[in-house]
Design a protein around this ligand. Structure first.
Ligand SMILES: *[C@@H]1O[C@H](CO)[C@@H](O)[C@H](O)[C@H]1NC(C)=O
Ligand SMILES: *[C@@H]1O[C@H](CO)[C@@H](O)[C@H](O)[C@H]1NC(C)=O
Length: 376
């Protein structure tokens, strides 16, 4: 208990430095933070307080050593709360130890690595490689102080291009490392029924329903291998399967990881409708749909199992309704109460004069690809 008291005192001293103003709760971590640190870092409350106090103290030691070791400073990093400080000059290790850190002697100048990284920032990588960002395969690059190298992360097909880039900014083999990553980074997106998405960043459709790891939509929206993105161009997935015309009008878009596939549908009045299942309604049943062109419209089911003769060919197994829809609503969600029904295929008319719209039943899509509907 004596040591925790000491560290809590240290925490109280250092917090004002970090946050710029004294705080009464300086020595207490919020219970939710403590719970998350226990879950993710395996630290109990006392260990968490000790860890945070030591890491705050470390930032002070780093600043002090950065100044005192000058151009020999090679970077600093924490390992389970223990501070390591790299220097290029062996004579400075005792100074590092005296400050309370573990010295590590490295050979590459930190400033050279940082300058190379800055040079990459200035370089138009896509133009240099003659490829678009998503085809360049260069995912990220950063100085790894513990490795004492510039790291370039690249897809497996782009490792030699990554090495060429490192050499182009003046690094030799011992100063950089290329690491292979599985996918290009994307920002995280919440995918929801009824929302717009783009196919190959041009044509627009609507999301039908989220499933585990992706979403379903109409088959005429895209073919296998096409890219699905948000309207602002962030990739959200790739068409993994698509049927149109013939036995249906449906597709499965396998989503990129990191996105949230929400079991809800846009209600186009500032909220969402939670989906709780996919029990199909009978002929005459009331039904609504959400789509990115016209929002929400409702009506009733007129016929099940209709064959519809589109110019591209006939499609069997569609449900006919008296609900209107327009281009861009395609692929969007149909629901009865909270039960998912299907995705918009096509029809006639519009939402000004009224229309007939067909939808592809959702249960056939789920069973065709073995998917599980996301519930909200
Ligand atoms: C979408 O892009 C892929 C890959 O570039 C291409 O093969 C496909 O033909 C494109 N599809 C459409 C509908 O433009
Ligand atoms: C849509 O959701 C919002 C927010 O929950 C709610 O206030 C609104 O009444 C809903 N509108 C419709 C038409 O369901």
């Amino acid at each position: 208990m004596a040591s925790i008291t000491k560290f809590l005192a240290a925490l109280a001293v250092f917090l004002p430095i970090v946050y710029g103003a004294p705080t009464q709760a300086a020595n207490a971590l919020h219970p939710e933070i403590l719970a998350a640190m226990k879950r993710d870092l395996g630290l109990d409350a006392e260990q968490a307080h000790v860890r945070v106090a030591r890491e705050l103290k470390a930032t002070e030691i780093i600043e002090q050593l950065k100044t005192s070791t000058g151009s020999s400073f090679g970077g600093a990093w924490l390992v389970d709360g223990e501070l390591n400080v790299a220097v290029t000059d062996e004579a400075l290790t005792s100074e590092v130890s005296a400050a309370g850190a573990t010295p590590v002697v490295v050979s590459n100048d930190l400033s050279k690595l940082q300058e190379a990284k800055a040079a990459l920032d200035k370089l138009d990588i896509d133009a240099t490689l003659g490829r678009k960002r998503e085809e360049s395969g260069i995912a990220s690059y950063y100085v790894d102080v513990a490795a004492n190298k510039l790291i370039l992360e690249a897809l497996s097909g782009s490792t030699s291009q990554a090495a060429d880039l490192a050499k182009q900014v003046g690094l030799v083999e011992s100063e950089f490392e290329v690491k292979v990553v599985d996918s290009m980074p994307t920002t995280f997106v919440t995918v929801r029924g009824g929302d717009a998405y783009l196919i190959n960043r041009s044509a627009r459709c609507s999301v039908g329903f989220s499933v585990t790891g992706g979403f379903v939509s109409a088959g005429h929206c895209g073919t296998t291998g096409n890219t699905a993105s948000t309207t602002s161009g962030t990739t959200i997935g790739t068409f993994a399967g698509s049927v149109f015309p013939g036995s249906g009008d449906y597709s499965y878009i396998r989503g990129t990881s990191g996105n949230t596939y929400s079991g809800t549908v846009n209600n186009y009045s500032g909220g969402s409708i939670a989906i709780s299942g996919s029990t199909a309604t009978a002929v005459g049943g009331s039904i609504c749909r959400s789509g990115s062109t016209t929002g929400v419209f409702c009506g009733s089911v007129r016929a099940l199992g209709a064959t519809v003769r589109y110019s591209q060919g006939s499609v069997t197994g569609l449900t006919q309704t008296n609900v209107c829809a327009e281009p861009g609503d395609s692929g969007g969600s149909w629901y009865s109460g909270s039960q998912a029904q299907g995705v918009t295929s096509g029809g006639s008319g519009d939402c000004t004069s009224g229309g007939t719209t067909y939808f592809q039943p959702v249960n056939e899509i789920l069973s065709a690809y073995g998917l599980t509907l996301a519930r909200g």
